[in-house]
Ligand binder design. Structure first.
Ligand code: GLN
Length: 189
């Protein structure tokens, strides 16, 4: 059985826990660097990326988490989690940093008010997914070795590397397990 650490500093933690457990994984609430050794993967939930960044540093997790993820510990980031994984944030909050795990440039709150909280069926590399968007970011550029795995029209809302998966939307809110199941597959590979 795999153990996933769900980063539990701020944001939608419970929904990820429930979905991962429904798929047969064990979960722990990740809040301390010492927990990184005992887990097979990490989920960074949605919420507010500048708050997650600030709390990562307050809890002494920023550098240890960055090191573990850049060394290949698998990670799934959703919405604010996607922003947290980026190398570059176009419109970051004052002082906001990101972990720089996925070579991409992101734009926060990219889809405007009309999709502040829309649910939509989109095509992904893993099949159709029911996707909920809540002040969602857009991926505006990706580097070498980063695959685009989900699009909303022409706009990139999902990317993948050998160890990381990140989506702009909230797959944990619609009951659609496609993204989480694919992520768990990366842990056991
Ligand atoms: N707009 C938020 C941010 O910049 C992300 C929104 C979300 O995670 N639902 O962090």
């Amino acid at each position: 059985m795999v153990t996933v650490g769900v980063l539990a500093l701020q944001g939608g933690v419970r929904e990820h826990e429930r979905m991962l457990e429904a798929l047969g994984a064990r979960t722990v609430l990740l809040r301390r660097a010492g927990q990184l050794d005992g887990i097979d993967g990490v989920v960074i939930p949605g919420g507010e990326s500048s708050t997650i960044d600030r709390l990562l540093r307050t809890f002494g997790l920023f550098e240890p988490l960055r090191a573990a993820l850049t060394q290949g510990l698998p990670v799934l980031g959703t919405c604010a989690g996607l922003i947290t994984l980026a190398t570059e944030i176009e419109d970051r909050a004052p002082g906001q940093r990101s972990l720089g795990v996925i070579d991409m440039r992101v734009r926060r709150n990219a889809f405007g008010r009309q999709v502040n909280s829309a649910v939509e069926r989109i095509d992904t590399a893993f099949g159709p997914v029911e996707a909920a968007y809540i002040r969602a970011p857009e991926v505006v550029a990706v580097g070498d070795g980063v695959d685009v795995v989900a699009k909303k029209g022409e706009r990139v809302v999902g990317v993948e590397t050998p160890s990381a998966l990140a989506v702009s939307f909230h797959p944990e809110l619609t009951g659609d397990t496609t993204i989480h199941a694919h992520f768990l597959g990366k842990l056991t590979r």
